[in-house]
Design a protein around this ligand. Structure first.
Ligand code: HEM
Length: 408
């Protein structure tokens, strides 16, 4: 069985990662006085995060799900690859206005147009098209745990997009309630990262393991715990003083359910995976413990005071999601590129470690300018590994198609 175009689309997603990672590194170097050619740091950060979400993790997951579904059902959906390619292109298209203008409207003639917001909204159309295609391909098939995890991940993708549309609606209706503004932004961010990315990648991981692993009672309970908690955890991102106490209390319970559910999944997965996979799973464990922590308001205040938000985000998005995607790709398409996997793992570890001295956990006598320099240098290895990996694929001109091996 063959599926055309996967190598090209995967390489394009890796190039998007390299550009997004390079942009994150530029943010760090900008703080050290590196010339930014008039770009605003806040816009550089928006450009970085949107390209990572839209142009890297989303298309990478589309490709993996499409390939694994084709193996499971025998139904090859060529549109998966096309949608992944369009998602990379859409991510790059949104990157430019985010970098230049951020969310600010741009004067075009007499009108002031929020260009980045409009292009970001266009990106959502390809997600909806992907969901429709997925529904058509999976109609009437058996639904083991990993297919149900993908079903749920796509529900969260829709929920995330509703957060984004809701935010645009508030602007159109000139509503300026800080709670709703914050809540809708976090609905988008958290439903997309913890819902779409995490559930979809867990589905990919279960699909790669023997079928009986997904059938264990523990895996089923873990999934329910995560699914029941997830719809409310976006409130944990909203500043404490803006959230009504009852909502914050419910969000705390939801966060604990998600954290415990993820830890329970790890007890099923860790004994089954190869040693290198344990690194992304360790980052998922850190994220789960962090989530349980911020569910308690006093600990959430402590985490905020110690500037733990950025490391916490990157444990999940770089440590688990990105490393997990690269390792899953190696297994799904049987690439057997062990050296590249080591390169990714070590460089991601270097980047994550370089963030720690920026937090309040670092002893104050050891602080100083060097911590900013370390974070700036620490951002580079992973960008170089991604660039090298993309160039490797371009250089070796991967076959038009990678073979689809039968599932274990
Ligand atoms: C090459 C690896 C990466 C580097 C060098 C990097 C760098 C950065 C930097 C410098 C920031 C801003 C920090 C601050 O405000 O103090 C940031 C924020 C962020 N990054 Fe990354 N990052 C990387 C990987 C990723 C990945 C893989 C994702 C998602 C899949 C991601 C998503 C985000 C998000 C959502 C934010 C917060 C944006 C905001 O608050 O507006 N990053 N990153």
């Amino acid at each position: 069985m063959k599926q055309e175009g996967i190598p090209k689309a995967w390489t394009a997603a890796l190039i998007a990662f390299t550009i997004a990672g390079g942009t994150g590194a530029l943010f760090r170097w900008g703080l050290l006085g590196f010339p930014l050619a008039g770009l605003q740091p806040v816009n550089i950060r928006h450009a970085h995060s949107h390209l990572m979400y839209f142009g890297w993790a989303t298309p990478a997951l589309m490709l993996l799900i499409g390939t694994l579904l084709a193996r499971h059902t025998g139904r090859v959906g060529p549109l998966f690859v096309r949608f992944a390619g369009i998602a990379v292109a859409g991510g790059l298209l949104a990157y430019v206005p985010f970098l230049l203008f951020g969310y600010s409207p741009v004067r075009i003639g007499n009108a002031r147009i929020p260009v980045a917001t409009i292009v970001a909204a266009l990106n959502m159309l390809v997600w909806y098209a992907f969901i429709l295609h997925y529904l058509r391909l999976t109609r009437g098939i058996s639904r083991p745990l990993w297919v149900r995890l993908w079903d749920a991940s796509l529900v969260f993708m829709v929920l995330a997009s509703l957060g984004a549309w809701g935010r645009a609606l508030l602007v159109a209706m000139k509503v300026t309630d800080p709670f709703w503004e914050n809540a809708l932004v976090h609905l988008f961010l958290i439903a997309f990262s913890d819902g779409w990315f995490v559930l979809a990648l867990l589905g990919v991981l279960y699909a790669l393991l023997p079928a009986e692993i997904s059938q264990t009672r523990r895996a089923q309970w873990a999934t329910w715990s995560v699914l029941v908690g997830l719809p409310l955890t976006f409130l944990l991102g909203v500043p404490l003083e803006l959230t009504p106490p009852t909502w914050r209390y419910l969000a705390g319970i939801a966060g604990i359910m998600v954290g415990l559910g993820l830890l329970l999944h790890l007890t099923v997965l860790v004994p089954q995976v190869s040693p290198l996979w344990r690194v992304p799973l360790a980052f998922l464990a850190l994220k789960a413990v962090g989530e349980i922590g911020v569910s308690v308001p006093a600990l959430a205040r402590w985490a905020e005071a110690n500037a733990l938000r950025i490391p916490y985000l990157h444990w999940l998005l770089l440590g688990f999601v990105t490393l997990g995607l690269v390792m899953a790709a190696d297994e799904v398409w049987q690439l057997k590129q062990r050296n590249w996997l080591w390169g990714w793992t070590l460089s991601v570890l270097a980047m994550e470690l370089s963030l720690l001295p920026l937090t309040g956990l670092w002893p104050s006598p050891w602080r100083g300018m060097w911590t900013m320099q370390a974070a700036a240098w620490g951002a580079l290895p992973v960008v170089l590994v991604a660039l090298g990996h993309a160039v490797h694929f371009l250089w070796h001109r991967p076959r038009r198609s990678w073979h689809l091996q039968p599932l274990p």
